[in-house]
Design a protein around this ligand. Sequence first.
Ligand code: MLT
Ligand code: MN
Ligand code: ZN
Length: 299
Amino acid sequence: MGFRAHILGAAAGGGLPQWNCGCLNCNLARSGEIPHQTQSSLAVTANGSDWAILNASPDIRMQLQQTPCLHPTGLREMPLRSVLLTNGDIDHVAGLLTLRELQPFILFATAEIHQVLADSPIFSALDPSVVKRETIITGLSFEIVKGLEATLFPVPGKVPLYMEEGEKVQTDLMGEQTVGVELTNGRSTAFYIPGCAKLTESLAKRLNGADCVFFDGTLWRDDEMALAKVGKKTGMRMGHMSMSGDNGSIKAFSNLDVGRKIYVHMNNTNPVLRPDSYERSAAEASGWTIGQDGMEIKI
Ligand code: MLT
Ligand code: MN
Ligand code: ZN
């Protein structure tokens, strides 16, 4: 038997619609013409009753409410056993503050990501005698939840936006600040990589042969935010490779043998969020699925 992944949130930081954004997609989502999406998070289980959540989004309260398999099973019992962080970005850690009601779970992260939390006293709201913080060394596998082994590995990325100092920021750092996750039950393998600046040769080699890859789908094109007149930043500056173009993920994955390719962490400007867009058809024609809230994948 395989395992299951449930997309709790398919959007990048801000979500769709983003509270202060009047771009085309945000307006369409606000008026109900395209589906809205919450912020970046994936839940996984091997047995259906014990779950791990990869990244705790600011929308986690609503995400849990919308996901019956994560509802309480008793007075103060529920199926969440662990939370894993792939970086220290706000869209991936702010939800921890919602999980503070004396509910036991294990919090997995690299030493560097744990340090980011330790530097913010607000996260001490998660009582360490209830929420155990376990430090994971990249390259060493561990049981993330019953029946499922995880291995973290560095992917090119940068420090969280709120930790940037000055304009000269290295956006393809390889270390502990941005990691990808390999998940396996011994038979099937999936990868979760919501942030990635570049598909290096070694990363491509690692992903080759996987049953499923959830991958950084932040932008369709690198200058998309400028084109939409919502900002000046490029995808590269934010540490995200785009879907399209010569340096894009569609091309980079085209020679890889991957069972299912699923985009997650879409920014609200991304045209693939419109089901009838040319870009959506182009991504799908290349074998990609555009992730969306509530999507469940058997792996
Ligand atoms: C990102 O994915 O680039 C970050 O979530 C951006 C942010 O923190 O707003
Ligand atoms: Mn993000
Ligand atoms: Zn918008």
